[in-house]
Design a protein around this ligand. Structure first.
Ligand code: IMP
Ligand code: MG
Length: 182
């Protein structure tokens, strides 16, 4: 795997595709055990969580549904702090076992907003699955139930995660190489 360059920034390989896929399969199997006899509804937060949500959904040997919402809060490499409304929720969550699928929890601001909005729809249960989690960046009380990888407070791209819309289609995850900066 080679370094990648976007917006004048250099990124180095960080988590390989086969490691990601193996971890996603483990989480899928764990969810299947935890939800045995239930029909959970996976809710994917677009755009970033799309690859993870779809791979996780396919890795969960259980009758389940998937749906997609959108809530954007991030631009460039720094959080704008502006969190928008949830868009695209079409099914009823009343009495459903919901698993919210995110790409990454950074400050946790997005997750807090999502959880409070979704709770208004009275799901029977509401859990969080996130591919990546930056515990050092967290400024809210958020406890994700399923975590792919805990990572340092650094900027990450690939496998859904973007830099201004680019790099989502990389199969591996890359980390900003601060030493490579001019
Ligand atoms: P939070 O609200 O600060 O937890 O940030 C959540 C959102 O910010 C995520 O859903 C991502 O879209 C974006 N984000 C946070 N950290 C990164 C990163 O390292 N790379 C790309 N996007 C990120
Ligand atoms: Mg996101």
């Amino acid at each position: 795997m080679n370094r990648k360059s976007y917006q004048g920034l250099t990124f180095r390989p960080y988590i390989e595709s086969n490691q990601i896929q193996a971890r996603v399969r483990e989480i899928g199997e764990q969810i299947a055990k935890d939800y045995e006899g239930k029909y959970p509804l996976f809710i994917c937060v677009l755009n970033g969580a799309a690859p993870f949500a779809v791979d996780l959904f396919r890795s969960t040997p259980l009758d389940a549904e998937i749906s997609f919402i959108r809530l954007k809060s991030y631009e460039g490499t720094g959080s704008t702090g502006k969190v928008k409304e949830v868009m695209g929720l079409t099914e009823s969550l009343e009495g459903r076992d919901v698993i919210l699928i995110e790409d990454i929890i950074d400050t946790g601001n997005t997750m807090v907003k999502l959880l409070s909005d979704l709770r208004l729809h009275n799901p029977a249960s509401l859990r969080i699955a996130t591919l990546l989690f930056k515990p050092e960046a967290l400024i809210n009380e958020v406890n994700p139930d399923y975590v792919g990888f805990e990572i340092p407070k650094k900027f990450i791209i690939g496998y859904g995660l973007d830099i201004d819309g680019f790099a989502r289609n990389l199969n591996d995850i890359y980390i900003l190489d601060e030493e490579a900066e001019a």
